[in-house]
Design a binder for this molecule. Sequence first.
Ligand code: AMP
Length: 527
Amino acid sequence: MASKSKFQAIRGTRDLLPPDTALWNRVEQTAHEVFSTYGFGEIRPPTFEPTELFARSIGVETDVVSKEMYSFLDAPDVSDLEEARDAVKQVNPGIGAAGKKDAFELYLHNFISEVEKGIATKQLNLSLKAQSDFGILKARYVELLGLPGSDDEDTNNKRRHLTFEIIIKTDLLKFGESVTLRPEATASVCRAYIEHNMQQLPQPVKLFYMGPMFRRERPQKGRYRQFYQIGAEILGGPDAPAIDAELIEMLMTFFEKCGLQGTELSINSIGHAADNCRRGYVAKLKAELEKVKDKLGTDSQRRIETNPLRVLDSKLEHEQPIIEKLPRIADHLCDECKTHYAAVKHELELRGVIYRENWRLVRGLDYYMRTTFEITAQGLGSQNAVCGGGRYDGLVELLGGPPTKGIGFAIGEDRLILSLQESGKGAAPQGRDVYIAWMGERAYATALRAAKNLRDAGFRVELPPVELKFGKALERASKLGSRFALILGDNEVADGQWTLKTLADGSQQKLSEQALLEYLHTQRAAS
Ligand code: AMP
């Protein structure tokens, strides 16, 4: 027999398994609890969105958009085709009728029969054929608009109208729309804010999310292709420095409640995109970089042209002394941004949040402004950033919404978990409170009842599905890390006195059903 090849999780993805998943759940529960005390509500956006949403918000020149996105064409299915057919029939009900047809009607007719064929056969490749027919059809309509067509101006007007409607309707179907597995969720949250008119709610709107993100990065420790983020966004309202500070305070409280060790908060202000602020600074930075260009690596040389701020991200050792001498943004902020930054720092101090300033903490996109921050934690090696965040007042507008202030952060949950595990805060394997060792049919009925009652009372119970000799059952009980074994045989059932064995010391006692429950409760309270 030919051996079948085994499947493996795709490179850069992984299974999260017990007992680790208990820690994931604890972290997520903590996020729910802490964030809700600050007035945040949970949003669950879809995991895929139009590619254009990310291209526009993250920027086409970033690594994420240019190299790392999982994008695909979403081909239409039969229901899309039925919708297409109905759309065309609705604007031209006589389309199925026999008789002489001019070029315009012939195209409509052919398209409809192609679609009908596809609906009948449910052929997958139909969608592509239908798509291209749709394309031809649309092109033909546009062409027809420019033709003299019929001598009758009324007919021409009707056709123009028809053309317009069909183009609108077929566009709505979005055949072959490019969609992308989300590489982050800020864009989705902003899209949702606009789509659901959240600007009409009391401002600011505070939302948090958690879930998988997808980036085609080179996998390594702390870097995956499917990874998880927990994030929060504050949209609308003023850009009062207290908002920035409260968000950061919440974040640090969350990390503390999780038990994260060695956290360091770095903050910076990158001003705003104006000549008297960041743009002026970037011009100066660029001029200085040009002077030292020859001493820089190829990446940094390229960035002088594409995005000079990103040179500051460089980790190359030989570039460090050069970068240290470059002009710093703090010296080039406009008065408002300078005041805002000073007030954010003051607000952090009022809240007892410890920070350090890092003038090299920058973001490459125009809509990012003022406050940026990052948190690192111990035990993560080179991928030690557990959270990044910042203010992005221009983003909602960029996505077609009203001018709206915004600030948020995204925590790398994989790294947070990794750091907790490295510092010994991992979850212990899940044991059992009670393993029920039963023998005999009568005992089985009692065992079923006991299992149900104990589980109802919240105890973790293992009930073997087949009869086992007591010796074997006790062996299993201890392998599963059970605290007690409840022994039910003919004698126990007949006497109504059950045997409870404490596995740690091997001691045994006889208890009635009621006394057993009470005993287990007191034991649980004591542990
Ligand atoms: P970003 O959305 O790039 O600002 O990232 C925010 C946080 O998400 C980072 O600080 C990391 O902790 C985490 N992160 C980003 N990319 C990955 C990845 N490929 N694998 C694991 N965590 C990641």
